[in-house]
Ligand binder design. Structure first.
Ligand SMILES: Nc1ncnc2c1ncn2[C@@H]1O[C@H](COP(=O)(O)OP(=O)(O)OP(=O)(O)O)[C@@H](O)[C@H]1O
Ligand SMILES: [Mg+2]
Length: 264
């Protein structure tokens, strides 16, 4: 199906399901993208933990600006490890990685935090800060960016409503269920509308209806221009949202499907 028709169909389904857009993000519509620009590039990348065996081997791929990919593979295949390389928490043991067209091996360590701020991450284990409330956890990345109190209130309030956590806004993470923590982690990752969004099994702890709702949120972010990669075991979501798939098998990556930015 051509891209424009697919988006119309998704939008219709989105509103049938009773989900309004994220109003504070503005009208639906992608920012101008440079689709020939590769936001992330891997060339013959290998990675090992310490002196252990390679858990990623000869991984080569690139992600165009504004693309949306699922990342699949059996448990232990290397999905979280690959995402860790993409969000700069781990260095490769060999090969070349470039992010935003910059070779990672030449970026001074002191510049990494600035680059990381352009990348939203949903961690497999959530990593919410225990001493902050749900609202404060979600607000933190916006505050770090220097957003005003008004913007923080509006954006965080709207996102918490979307992920169904209004009533838990003042609760601490330890008192939330696994699914509620996961929804808070997703809200925190998208609140700044990062240039790249990497989500590690972001719907693993929620029911099917919430999984679809959360995917619509990530889809909305994608329509604002964000490059999205979602690691998931949920084949129903992949079937429903029909984005191309990066598949890992024992640390070796293959691509499945066409990239939708080229089919419209
Ligand atoms: N911190 C670590 N130290 C040593 N080995 C690790 C570490 N983290 C992961 N591994 C190993 O790396 C390999 C890939 O693990 P990874 O967590 O990337 O898999 P995954 O595809 O994300 O699995 P899952 O679907 O269960 O989350 C596994 O063999 C695992 O044992
Ligand atoms: Mg994992």
């Amino acid at each position: 199906m051509p891209l424009s028709r697919r988006f119309r169909a998704l939008k219709a389904a989105h509103f049938r399901a009773g989900f309004g857009g994220i109003r504070c993000w503005g009208a639906i519509g992608r920012n101008r993208l440079n689709e020939t620009f590769r936001v992330i590039r891997f060339e013959n990348v290998g990675m090992r933990y310490g002196t252990g065996p390679e858990v990623l081997r000869d991984v080569s791929f690139d992600l165009p600006d504004g693309s949306f990919h699922f990342l699949t593979g059996a448990s232990g295949a290397g999905k979280s490890s690959l995402l860790r390389l993409m969000y700069l928490a781990q260095r490769p043991s060999r090969g070349l990685i470039s992010i935003f067209d910059r070779d990672l091996s030449t970026i001074p360590r002191k510049e990494l935090p600035m680059l990381r701020r352009k990348i939203g991450v949903v961690y497999q284990d959530f990593r919410l800060l225990d001493h902050l409330t749900t609202f404060e956890n979600v607000a933190l990345p916006l505050k770090v960016k220097g957003a005003s109190e008004g913007v923080v209130r509006k954006h965080v309030g709207e996102l918490l409503a979307w992920v169904g956590l209004n009533d838990q806004a003042h609760a601490r993470p330890a008192t939330l269920s696994g699914g509620q923590q996961q929804r808070a982690a997703i809200a925190r990752a998208v609140v700044t509308r990062p240039q790249i969004l990497l989500a590690d099994e972001p719907t693993g702890n929620v029911d099917d209806a919430y999984a679809v709702r959360l995917l619509f949120l990530l889809q909305e972010l994608h329509r604002q221009g964000t490059t999205v990669v979602i690691a998931t075991h949920n084949h129903a979501l992949i079937e429903r949202f029909r984005h191309p798939v990066l598949h890992l098998e024992d640390g070796i990556l293959s691509r499945v499907g066409e990239d939708p930015v080229y089919d419209g």
